[in-house]
Design a protein. Structure first.
Length: 358
C-alpha cells in the first residue's frame, strides 16, 4: 500500500510540473522534534502541489564536525538531514541547502508584529569575532531601524586571511550531507562591506570585494560538481532602477554583475512589485529564478512574465517563506493565525500553486 501511495504522489507531482521548470519554495529548517511533521507536509501538500525544489534554510543549525563550535542552538544531526533528503528524493523534490555567506552573520529578533527589537550574533562571528568586518559596531541591547551605525546585520571580512579556512569546510560538509547538486549561499543585503576602518578592505572596490567572494565560493563548489545560487539584490543598481537599498544595492556593489562568473544562478527576489530585473540578469548571461513573498498579485504578474519569456535561462519561480518551518505548516493547516506582514506568504504560495496547475 505504501508503494502505491508513493507512486501516486510522484505521479501527481510530476504531472503538475514541467521537465525543466523549477517550482520551488524556500523554507527554514524544522526543529529536530518536528521533522516528521515536515516530512508529512512534503508528502501531503508540497509534492501534490507540484513543488520540485526546496531551498532549505539550514544556516548554522547543523551539527558540524569540522568546527563543532559553530553548531547552532537548534541543530539537526547528520541522520536528521539524511532522513529528510531521502524522503524528498522519493517524492522527486530536490533539496538545496542554504547558509548565508558574507552578510547576515547576525540576525534580528522580531516581536509578534514583525518589528525587529533585538539582534543576535550568529555562530561564525560569535566564535570568531576577528572575522567581523565592522568590529567597532557593537550589537545594541535594544535594536531599532534606522540607527546611527546603519546596522542591519553583520558581515564577515572576505579578506581576512583565515576566514575561508573555516567557511569553506562548512560548505563542504553541507554539500556532502545533503548530497547537493546546488548550494544557496545567500549573500543578500550585504550592507557592511569594504569598511573604511578595515586594514584589509579600506579603499578597495566594493563591487570587486563582493564579486571576488562569490567567485571564490563558486570555484570551490565547482570542483565538487556543485552549482552556486545566490540572491541577486547586490547586483542591481538601487538608485538607477528605483528599487532602493533592500531589493537592490545603494552601496556600490552593483558593478559586481559584470565580474561574477556566469555559471552562478541568481535568485531574484522582489516583494513589492514585479520588475524586469530577470531580463537584466538574462541579458548579462545568468540563469535566473524569480522569488515572490507575500503579495499574490505581484506573484501572479511575475509568473505571467516567466511563462511568456522565451529564454531557457529563466528557470522558474521560488516562493519565499520567512515564518519558522512549523509556523508555516500550522498556518497552512489553520492551527494558528499570523498577524505580521508575513501572513500574505500563504496566499501567495497558494496562488502560485494554482498557476502551476493550470
Amino acid at each position: 500500500m505504501r508503494k502505491i501511495t508513493t507512486f501516486l504522489l510522484l505521479f501527481i507531482a510530476f504531472s503538475c510540473s514541467t521537465n525543466n521548470e523549477i517550482r520551488g519554495i524556500s523554507l527554514k529548517a524544522p526543529l529536530s522534534k518536528n521533522i516528521d511533521n515536515f516530512l508529512k507536509f512534503t508528502s501531503n501538500v508540497l509534492a501534490p502541489d507540484g513543488v520540485n525544489t526546496i531551498i532549505f534554510n539550514i544556516g548554522w543549525n547543523y551539527e558540524f564536525k569540522s568546527f563543532p563550535e559553530l553548531t547552532g542552538p537548534d541543530a539537526l544531526s547528520e541522520s536528521d538531514i539524511k532522513k529528510i533528503v531521502k524522503h524528498c528524493k522519493s517524492l522527486g523534490i530536490e533539496i538545496i541547502p542554504k547558509v548565508s555567506m558574507l552578510g547576515h552573520q547576525s540576525t534580528l529578533i522580531r516581536d509578534n508584529k514583525g518589528i525587529a527589537v533585538k539582534t543576535k550574533m550568529h555562530s561564525l562571528l560569535e566564535n570568531y569575532p576577528e572575522f567581523d568586518e565592522n568590529p567597532e559596531v557593537k550589537l545594541p541591547e535594544k535594536y531599532e531601524w534606522p540607527n546611527k551605525d546603519g546596522l542591519y546585520t553583520k558581515s564577515y571580512c572576505p579578506l581576512h586571511p583565515k576566514v575561508h579556512d573555516v567557511v569553506l569546510p562548512i560548505l563542504d560538509e553541507l554539500v556532502n550531507v545533503f548530497e547537493a547538486k546546488t548550494l544557496h549561499a545567500g549573500m543578500d543585503e550585504v550592507f557592511y562591506i569594504g569598511n573604511d576602518n578595515c586594514i584589509r578592505c579600506s579603499g578597495k572596490s566594493k563591487s570587486e570585494l563582493y564579486a571576488n567572494e562569490v567567485n571564490l565560493i563558486h570555484s570551490f563548489l565547482k570542483k565538487r560538481n556543485v552549482e552556486l545560487m545566490i540572491w541577486g539584490d547586490r547586483m542591481i543598481d538601487g538608485k538607477e532602477t528605483g528599487l532602493g537599498m533592500w531589493e537592490a544595492s545603494e552601496n556600490d556593489t552593483y558593478g559586481s554583475i559584470d565580474l561574477i562568473d556566469k555559471d552562478v544562478i541568481i535568485a531574484d527576489w522582489h516583494y513589492r512589485k514585479a520588475t524586469k530585473t530577470h531580463d537584466y540578469f538574462i541579458e548579462k548571461g545568468f540563469r535566473v529564478l524569480t522569488c515572490p513573498h507575500n503579495n499574490k498579485e505581484v506573484a501572479k504578474t511575475q509568473y505571467d512574465q516567466y511563462k511568456n519569456h522565451k529564454s531557457e535561462n529563466y528557470l522558474g519561480m521560488v516562493q519565499t517563506i520567512w515564518l519558522t518551518n512549523q509556523e508555516f505548516i500550522d498556518f497552512y493547516n489553520g492551527k494558528i493565525k499570523i498577524e505580521s506582514g508575513k501572513k500574505g506568504s500563504l496566499e501567495t504560495y497558494k496562488e502560485l500553486v494554482s498557476l502551476w496547475k493550470k
